[in-house]
Design a protein around this ligand. Structure first.
Ligand code: D5V
Length: 324
């Protein structure tokens, strides 16, 4: 048994949304390998915050069960957050069904979610030790699905400005070139965390110290250590760190170099075309590489994941990468 679901980019590839059916009701959710709560806008969300969102109504689901007294509260890396109550229901993603999946109903969401009308909640795909439900931590959809999967994996094939896909339970070899390159994962902090062994800017030599990184489908950009960020932008003459833009920008006419991350024997190339992320509207462009804020590990978000086919291997606690 497996599942294949389309991942559709919002404008500027800011996030990727996938249809999820909960108790017979379908909502578009943001699949997030950087967190472990499945939460939705619902009839419990204040009407002032519901705005034009699609909401889940547990009263209309014949399979919904309240987990009485259970609560959740989550804060995300970008400062956003949400909280609420908990129940269980039957959840289907791309034909793969999990019964009695914890579904977290938002009774409060931060402004970032209120104004993001296409995003009706998150489906967490990190490790279940990050789940925030109290008094009893809940399992992710992927953890619950694991035993019924042919292979205990999910794969991400995100694309620039066009639909991609997440597959659960199988590896579609038509979606990548060559062989998969596997790297061990340290899941002790609940993330898909691994070691990057060096980097290269453009066709420069590979160097730098090894560093820790997480694969995060819910982060838009490629967030790296400040030293690497400075090294990269030193190759773009007009680059500057703009407070008003919120990060490094450069003239849109510039030739933007590739970035290669050395992961074991695998040279993961992120093409310059993906590193010229978006237009600011004043002739400058916003870079796909930005600072990780010094939090001790790099965040390889969608800008990186668009350039790779990625296998999140829950069974062997490893990540696999291949070019597309
Ligand atoms: N793992 C990521 C998560 O999915 C998003 S939550 C989110 C917030 C607003 C809009 C859309 C999604 C947030 O940014 C980085 C990190 O936290």
């Amino acid at each position: 048994v497996g599942g294949d679901v389309t991942a559709t980019p919002e404008s500027d590839d800011n996030e990727y949304l996938c249809p999820v059916t909960i108790g017979g009701q379908t909502l578009n959710l943001d699949f997030d390998s950087g967190s472990s709560d499945l939460w939705v806008f619902s009839t419990s969300t204040p009407s002032s915050e519901q705005q034009s969102h699609t909401i889940y109504n547990p009263a209309k689901s014949s399979t919904f069960k309240e987990l009485n007294g259970f609560t959740w509260q989550i804060s995300y890396g970008d400062g956003s957050g949400a909280s609420g109550t908990v129940g269980t229901d039957t959840v289907t993603v791309g034909g793969l069904t999990v019964k009695n999946q914890a579904v977290e109903l938002a009774t409060a969401v931060s402004s970032e979610f209120v104004t993001d009308s296409a995003n009706n909640g998150l489906l967490g795909l990190a490790w279940s030790n990050l789940n925030t439900v109290e008094p009893t931590q809940q399992q992710t959809f992927f953890a619950n699905a694991g035993p019924q999967l042919q292979q205990n994996v999910f794969t991400a094939d995100l694309r620039h400005d066009q639909p991609g896909s997440y597959d659960f339970g199988f590896i579609d070899t038509s979606k990548f070139q060559g062989n998969l390159n596997y790297v061990p994962v340290d899941n002790s902090q609940g993330f898909w965390q691994f070691t990057v062994d060096g980097y290269a800017v453009g066709d420069g030599a590979t160097g730098g110290n090894s560093f820790s990184a997480i694969a995060d489908t819910g982060t838009t950009l490629l967030l790296l250590d400040d030293n690497i960020v400075s090294d990269y932008y030193s190759q773009i003459s007009s680059a500057q760190n703009s407070n008003s833009a919120g990060g490094f920008v450069f003239d849109c006419t510039e030739d933007v170099p590739d970035l290669t991350l050395q992961i074991g024997d695998y040279a993961a190339v992120v093409p310059g075309s993906l590193l010229n992320f978006s237009q600011n509207g004043d002739g400058t462009c916003f870079g796909g590489i930005q600072s990780d804020g010094g939090q001790g590990f790099a965040i390889l978000g969608d800008v990186f994941l668009k350039a790779q086919f990625t296998v999140f291997d829950q069974g062997n606690v490893q990540l696999g990468f291949a070019p597309k």
